[in-house]
Design a protein around this ligand. Sequence first.
Ligand SMILES: *Cc1c(COP(=O)(O)O)cnc(C)c1O
Length: 423
Amino acid sequence: MTGFDFQTGEDFAVAMDKSDPLRSYREHFFFPKRLGRDCLYLCGHSLGLQPKTVKAYIEQDLKEWAELGVEGHFHAKHPWVPYHRLLTDQTAELVGAKALEVVVMNSLTVNLHLMMVSFYRPTKARNKIVIERGAFPSDQYAVQSQIRFHGFDPATALIELTPLPGESCIREEQIEGLIERSGEEIALIMLCGVNYQTGQAFNMERITRVGQAQGCIVGFDLAHAAGNLPLHLHDWAPDFAVWCSYKYLNGGPGCIAGCFVHERHARAWDLPRFAGWWGHDERSRFQMGPQFQPMPGAEGWQLSNPPIVSLASLRASMDIFHEVGMQRLRAKSISLTSYLEFLLNQNSSTNFSIVTPREPVQRGAQLSIRIPQNGRALCNELAKEGIIGDWREPDTFRVAPVPLYNSYHDVFRFAGHFRSAIA
Ligand SMILES: *Cc1c(COP(=O)(O)O)cnc(C)c1O
């Protein structure tokens, strides 16, 4: 189906690594250790590894804080007041946006709320939000609380897309059918670019087009898509998108998050929004006037001056992404994940099944393996040997061969250990 010509032997993995143009990037990251050896880490969908350069980036800012104190705001090598802009071009490149459309700020759930304050504006006739059933809990809590905040009831105002009986993933025609049937009642379509549980990637371009044709606002949570899939947010033209930067983006635990607001809203001064001084027009920000006047574009949604140390950490990682480029990453990713699927499918065991879609366009790096019996014990057993994936109740083992730092040999070894463990 994928047109790859994989082979089962270890020599094949070794040869693939030899000819991999991205193989040296593995050396840019620290791998956690267990039993004195590097872990076999397939968990970049949960927390990306630390680039070895992070420390130097952070130390430079700490040094300047020590040496300059408050003067660092304007006189550091990278002054702190405009520091977040060091990330703008690379972020725009990563998600396929214009510089005006992106900003790094806050954390994902905070940004999701800020976006809904502006873009979820329910009326009596049109108040529903569409999400996936089993969306990430934080997203569920966020949309439910927004619905209640506006005086509506999630029991009627929340539409959850559910896979058909006997299926694990949501069919595209289900999404489009729902939007075409109920579009006039839907205020906001808020789906994930990639579902965290199944690894299913949605056709964001189509969903946006179909949703906007019905007058719905469309926003995406790209927690599992940013740094995983090539994105073209400006052209696809959703109203907003949010993502975190500690999964595929390797920014570090709790790292500052990203936000996209489409250019057509860049000067929508009449949109309701929660305001803070960092979103105020920078030309007059330090006049400290009482009237809020937002910056044009995504920057106008900033609230606070951002954590410089967190930005420094993200810079280290984004410099690597910039150097590699999403096109090359995605090319390796499709091959690496297909190779993992190929090896797992050599296994005749009926004790597990892969729930992630088989078409590469419908997935990123992650494969979700359903293990109906004793899956958690299996996962723990592998972890003891330093093989790190992620277990999600009730029955899903999620593994992600990350093209930036995982090798074909990692995938080969994982498949071998998995085969013994599942037997
Ligand atoms: C990881 C993840 C989050 C986490 O939210 P934070 O605000 O960063 O803690 C939220 N939503 C989705 C879909 C995620 O995958």
